[in-house]
Design a protein around this ligand. Sequence first.
Ligand code: ATR
Length: 272
Amino acid sequence: MTDRYAVVGNPIAHSKSPLIHAEFARQTGQDMAYTAVLAPLDGFSTVAKQFQKEGGKGLNVTVPFKQDAWKLATKLTDRAQLAEAVNTLKFEADGTILGDNTDGAGLTRDIGDNQGISFEGKRVLLMGAGGAARGVLLPLLLKKPAQLVIANRSPEKAVELTQHFAPYGSIEGGDYARLAGRQFDIVINATSASLSDQLPPLPAGVFATGALAYDMMYGKGLTPFLQFAKNNGAAFLADGLGMLVEQAAESFLLWRGIRPQTQPVIAQLKSC
Ligand code: ATR
């Protein structure tokens, strides 16, 4: 019987996940169907439990339900536990609801494998201290950067994240003013500023020679952050399309035990 999966969000109509997973299934010969499901804002757990009851095998979870999914899971991976957010649920045969968060692995794979840039010994700046930042911090720290600095408009949120993740590596956080006179090899935008066509208040000299500027958002053309990075000496620019495909591949691996090839799917999405 065909195994059923879906992505749940609100809104969900423009999700690329059904296309990505259909490609992965075709490529690996897996008998599965993957659809997009719109849940009411107060109805995530009802929708997810119904999907499980009907024999569904797993869900991807997107905005604004990642914390609801974290609460629904009966078992969590370490990275999901620390993120306090879940983007992948696996419904196991014994009724266990396993919650994972594959966002950070998606980010580190895209930067490490697709951009060919290692984190080890690098100075890394992560902008933002909301759900997107929290979701990627453990995998980032496990890559052993020399420094990981979190900058946020509301500095107390960056400080709180710093305390939460301090046991896992060298991390500091606060406001953007602390970045004055400092340079970073990898600068990641995990704020939602690009959505409203805005730019976090970054000092111009923040990009070290050979730096990568990475925006977790994606869209047509350069985001305001990537345009700023281009104008201020960043050597490499990347948006979050690769991360989207890589986090999907990581979910697919959890569900099906097989890692699909991501490069052809990234290329296909870029050409859309
Ligand atoms: P997400 O789930 O996308 O992370 P979120 O939890 O609402 O969404 O967090 C949004 C993040 O983007 C926050 O870190 C927010 O900063 P504040 O904590 O100070 O609100 C950041 N952000 C949004 N717009 C921004 C802007 N124009 N400049 C700088 N940071 C911005």
